[in-house]
Design a protein around this ligand. Structure first.
Ligand code: CA
Length: 224
């Protein structure tokens, strides 16, 4: 009703005597992703009013729209800058926060914004991804291969199956370079295992039949 009353005032009063709605501004993204335990800052200090009215603020959770229904304490919820601690969740959950900015005009007018916060469980990260070599790549004996991946705290383990040995190369970081064993055969595979904070990923690569480089031993030895 206040909107309607204000509109009636616009018809009969000059601009400087009618009240106009404030402008609600949220500093930062309206859609955010955080981790449990992280502090989420809600900052509406950039809000304004065309009439220069004093502003009052109210931050509240829109429970019906929120996936997370548990307890949530918004600190300084009646201030321009409020905050809350992202709650513990076991799977990603959304929290919808509504900002109400009310002016001190007559009649009072209110403007709104919505911030959608997605809370991810603590202790999980994005699963690692292997960007090269592409799945299905066939490797050759003696070939130098650089494997690359994305994720956090990456470590690598390169194994040739069928040789009864463990990994022939290990390393850490976003990439690793190794050489396919010269005596690798097509009955074996190269298994690249990438481990990161978010999980472990293994991929097998076939080995082509013929060695890329012929071993340097004289070939006529043993001939009869
Ligand atoms: Ca106003």
């Amino acid at each position: 009703m206040n909107d309607f009353a204000a509109r009636m005032d616009w018809c009969v009063k000059p601009f400087n005597q009618a009240n106009h709605a404030p402008v609600a501004v949220v500093n930062g993204a309206l859609s955010r992703t955080v981790t449990s335990g992280q502090t989420v800052t809600l900052d509406a200090s950039g809000s304004s009013d065309p009439d220069g009215n004093a502003l009052s603020y109210n931050w509240w959770r829109y429970l019906e729209a929120s996936g997370y229904k548990g307890a949530l304490a918004i600190s300084n919820g009646a201030g321009a800058v409020a905050s809350f601690t992202a709650p513990n969740v076991v799977s990603p959950q959304t929290i919808h926060i509504i900002l109400e900015v009310k002016d001190a005009g007559a009649p009072n007018l209110v403007a709104y914004q919505r911030v959608v916060v997605t809370v991810n469980p603590a202790g999980t990260s994005t699963p690692p991804q292997m960007t090269s070599p592409a799945a299905g790549t066939v490797l050759s004996p003696n070939q130098t291969v650089t494997a690359t991946g994305t994720g956090t705290n990456l470590s690598w383990s390169i194994d040739r199956t069928g040789d009864g040995l463990g990994a022939f190369k290990t390393g850490t970081g976003p990439s690793i370079t190794f050489t396919v064993p010269a005596d690798a055969t097509s009955t074996q595979t190269i298994v690249i295992t990438l481990t990161g904070s978010g999980g472990t990923l293994s991929r097998s690569y076939a080995i082509s039949g013929a060695p890329a480089t012929v071993p340097s031993a004289p070939r006529n030895l043993g001939r009869r």
